[in-house]
Every structure is written in structure tokens, then in C-alpha cells.
Design a protein. Structure first.
Length: 228
């Protein structure tokens, strides 16, 4: 098995998805991977934030699709068009993963869409997450043909408030996108980033202030949940 070259972190967020990576063999700081996405039906831009939105185009509405996203439009154009035609928008699908009152593996989204809309595709919260991650994987693989995403060291962050079922469903969404991931709680990831930025000197100063002990509060104000 070839050695993994890169560490890649994926924040599958409620409102936006972000990807960062670092070379496992070097000491360079992590870099954000700008994710290509449609910003108009014919224009593609690589942006640091990928809106975690799926939009089902109206009949006759055509747009480019180099990632195989059909029958959905993922990202900025999907977010914008979904705001104009809200009944065809799937947003905040991550929040549904921890909603025990629904079948999270059933095609219940877009939520509240009329049953008579026969042209409207339906999708489960798990598959919605998989669609977003598939877009990420296709974009990454096109930019890094010598380092496919599934072959790297992958970490996917989740809210600390996610229960075991929501975590398992998140892993399942990644599996359906072909990505073997390890989960890391978002506040813990933020604290790791702080430790890296502060370095040994900053950590020493923090411990000195607390006479050898330090109590750290991480406030993660997210798009769907706030974790402390």
C-alpha cells in the first residue's frame, strides 16, 4: 500500500464546507483547498468556502456539471438559486443527521416540498452529505491527480453535540462518497489549532499563569450548533 502523502481535514459544515491540507513529510503550515464550484450556470470559480447546499434545477434549467453532481447543483450557484426557488433547496442537511425524530436514511429532503412535485428529486440527509463530499472529492482529484483524496490521511470534523448515531451516519456519508475518514470533534480541532499557533512558548505562558494548570474554554459558534 502506498504511503499517505498528505493530511487532509474536511469541515462538512451546516452552512459551508471547507477543506485544508498539509504535507505529512514537511513542516509547512496547512493550506486551504479552494473548491471549484458553479457561481453561474456557465462560470466556475474555486473558492475557500463551498456552500453546503443542493439545488434541484427546474425543468429546462441547464448548467455545467464537470463533477457529476446531477440531478443537483452543489455550492454557490445552488445556494443562490435555492434562495430564489426555496422549495427546490436542500440546506443544513448536516443538522438533520442528529434529528432522531425522522428517518435520516430516507429521502425526506427538500423538507416540506409538495408531494405532487413529480419532477423534484428527493434525497436523504445521509446522501446529501455524501453528495457534498463527492463534489469535494471530484474537485480535489482533478486538481491532484497524483494524490487522490481517498488515498490521503482524512479527518472529518463533527460537532461535539453529535451522538453516536449521528457520528455513524456521518461516517456512512463519507463512505458513500468513497472516503475513509476519522472523526474529530470541532472544538477539539480548534484547540489543536490553538496549540499549534501558540507553540511551546505560548503553552508555557498559559501554564505559568495557572501555576501549572490551565482550564481552556472553546466556544464553537457554528451554523447549526454552538458547542462549549
Amino acid at each position: 500500500m502506498p504511503r499517505k502523502r498528505l493530511a487532509v481535514g474536511i469541515d462538512l459544515g451546516t452552512t459551508h464546507t471547507v477543506v485544508a491540507w498539509a504535507d505529512l513529510q514537511g513542516h509547512a503550515p496547512p493550506q486551504i483547498f479552494p473548491i471549484p464550484q458553479l457561481v453561474t450556470p456557465t462560470e466556475i470559480e474555486a473558492r475557500p468556502l463551498l456552500p453546503s447546499a443542493l439545488y434541484a434545477p427546474l425543468p429546462g434549467e441547464v448548467s455545467a456539471d464537470p463533477w457529476g453532481d446531477a440531478p443537483w447543483v452543489v455550492g454557490e450557484l445552488g445556494r443562490r438559486r435555492g434562495g430564489e426557488v426555496p422549495g427546490r433547496l436542500v440546506a443544513s442537511s448536516k443538522s438533520w443527521l442528529c434529528h432522531a425524530g425522522v428517518d435520516r436514511s430516507a429521502a425526506i429532503l427538500p423538507w416540506g416540498a409538495p408531494e405532487e412535485a413529480s419532477d423534484l428529486p428527493r434525497i436523504s440527509p445521509v446522501d446529501a452529505g455524501a453528495r457534498i463530499l463527492s463534489h469535494v472529492a471530484a474537485s480535489w482529484d482533478a486538481a491532484h491527480p497524483d494524490a487522490p483524496l481517498a488515498a490521503q490521511e482524512l479527518v472529518l470534523t463533527v460537532p461535539a453535540s453529535f451522538d453516536e448515531v449521528a457520528r455513524e451516519l456521518t461516517v456512512e456519508a463519507a463512505r458513500r462518497a468513497g472516503l475513509p475518514v476519522r472523526l474529530l470533534e470541532e472544538p477539539q480541532a480548534a484547540f489543536y489549532d490553538y496549540l499549534t499557533a501558540a507553540g511551546a512558548e505560548g503553552l508555557g505562558a498559559l501554564l505559568e499563569q495557572g501555576a501549572g494548570d490551565a482550564l481552556v474554554l472553546v466556544c464553537d459558534v457554528g451554523g447549526g450548533t454552538t458547542d462549549l
